[in-house]
Write a protein of this length. Structure first.
Length: 475
């Protein structure tokens, strides 16, 4: 066994034996070199692998720590591994929950967006002002589909930094990631086709399937390991699936990131069955640790992955600028866009080109990840203080969501309505599935600055859950 593998095995056993507890600091790289007699490069390699596998986390200028322990590792006992849904009907409830989050008096734990105060709004407004003053009539035409050429070239270079070859001609700029995802799904399906989604999954996928009159195949996803490839393979062998919509990084709502090996196996499996992967990768920049995870797109061999992302979750939500690296489907998606929204705002595209031309973006991303990691830790600690001991919190190394399981006696849709009367929003499990399997789960947004008001809101949430567990009726 290679030396770095020996060290990995040793540390994993120590963590499993609770020699090192969650949150405890591990020996520094140099301390580990002195203790093990291995080289610095060997120890660094071992720590990086352990971090990629979720055993440990790195904190800038502090060192390596044992990762928070996942508190549940499987789906609900009643969980069906594969669900077939020929008619999806979920839009009304999702609309209701999202509308509630818009109220400024509501504590937005159910929101899908991070705290806008985390974004460099002043710099972005300077860029928008600068391009607005120099905007020419021809700019409106130059920014029609596939979008601003300079912006597409910038995105192409960022793909190249991860070793992914995407030509600017393959990229289509869209009105946020949702348009990229919807157009991608529309480009490769017709009404009545089967589409694979994860269970639980991002509600936007369910909305798109409902709108396009498609059929959903929901494959169970593990809170830490992601989609069940065995069940996916069995499903692909039985049904004429046309597309698979999923997140391989920071899955919403679970938060999990697929391992490199699993991404590779997923793409190979889909390509073997000629199924297009529509990859929703909007949280890919919000990783914690030392290395950005690759998208599934990196492992395609047959131009089979439409990679969709945006700036909404990591830079600015209001600009509504996203994109899809669409490969051979780029022309089809451009035509569909021209028949719907026509194009993405020219000033917004130009402002992003101006902002991205500096080094500010990567500096901002590093600061954003640090702050999100800190806030997530504080929110998790607060939930542990106020939620019943029977509550289970699924943590992940990135993003700003926690997926929480409550005892089966607590229906989180009812909890949502009770909390809303207290001016608190959560995202109940009903939003993320076509069944009632997640009726006692909810998603919690941790991106907000932690203060006494948020602590009090979590305490109120804990009280409401305790009342429901005691069987107290809702007035």
């Amino acid at each position: 066994m290679a030396k770095y593998l020996q060290l990995i095995d040793q540390i994993q056993q120590q963590i499993a034996s609770e020699i090192w507890l969650p949150g405890e600091k591990l020996p520094s790289l140099r301390e580990q070199v002195a203790q093990s007699g291995m080289s610095l490069m060997t120890v660094m390699h071992a720590y990086q692998v352990l971090e990629s596998q979720g055993w440990i986390v790195s904190r800038p200028q502090s060192g390596y720590y044992v990762a928070p322990r996942a508190e549940f590792l499987s789906q609900p006992a009643s969980h069906q591994k594969v669900q077939l849904t020929e008619s999806v009907d979920i839009n009304d409830f999702i609309f209701e929950v999202l509308q509630a989050c818009r109220d400024p008096d509501i504590m937005p734990f159910g929101s899908a967006f991070p705290d806008p105060e985390l974004f460099p709004q002043r710099q972005l407004m300077r860029s928008l002002s600068a391009v607005s003053h120099s905007l020419k009539p021809a700019d409106a035409l130059n920014n029609l589909p596939p979008g601003n050429e300079a912006l597409r070239k910038t995105l192409s270079k960022r793909y190249a930094l991860q070793g992914i070859q995407v030509s600017p001609e393959e990229i289509v700029i869209t009105n946020g990631a949702m348009e990229a995802l919807n157009l991608s799904l529309q480009a490769v399906t017709v009404p009545g086709d089967w589409v694979v989604v994860e269970n639980p999954c991002f509600y936007g996928a369910l909305q798109a399937i409902e709108r396009l009159q498609l059929k959903a195949v929901a494959i169970a996803s593990h809170p830490q390991h992601g989609i069940d490839l065995t069940e996916l393979a069995a499903t692909l062998a039985k049904l004429p699936v046309k597309a698979c919509w999923m997140m391989s990084n920071q899955q919403n709502p679970l938060g999990c990131t697929l391992s490199r090996e699993k991404k590779q196996a997923l793409v190979a499996l889909l390509e073997a069955h000629q199924v297009t992967l529509i990859e929703d990768d909007v949280y890919s920049e919000l990783w914690f640790g030392s290395e950005k995870p690759l998208p599934a797109k990196a492992f395609e061999k047959q131009d089979s992955v439409l990679h969709c992302s945006s700036f909404s979750k990591n830079l600015v939500a209001g600009f509504r600028v996203g994109w899809v690296a669409a490969g051979r489907h780029a022309q089809r998606i451009q035509r569909l866009q021209l028949m719907s929204t026509i194009s993405t705002s020219a000033p917004m595209q130009l402002a992003l080109v101006d902002y991205l031309s500096s080094r500010s973006y990567d500096v901002h991303l590093r600061r954003l990840r640090q702050r999100l990691e800190q806030r997530k830790s504080l929110a998790r600690q607060s939930l542990r203080r106020h939620l019943p001991a029977s509550a289970k919190i699924n943590d992940s190394q990135g993003g700003y969501f926690l997926w929480i399981e409550l005892p089966e006696a607590v229906n989180t849709t009812e909890l949502y309505y009770r909390a809303l009367r207290e001016k608190i929003s959560i995202a109940p499990g009903k939003m993320f599935s076509t069944s009632e399997q997640y009726a006692n789960y909810f998603r919690f947004n941790t991106a907000w600055e932690w203060n006494d008001l948020r602590e009090a809101a979590v305490a109120t949430l804990g009280r409401l859950i305790a009342e429901m567990l005691q069987g107290q009726r809702w007035p």
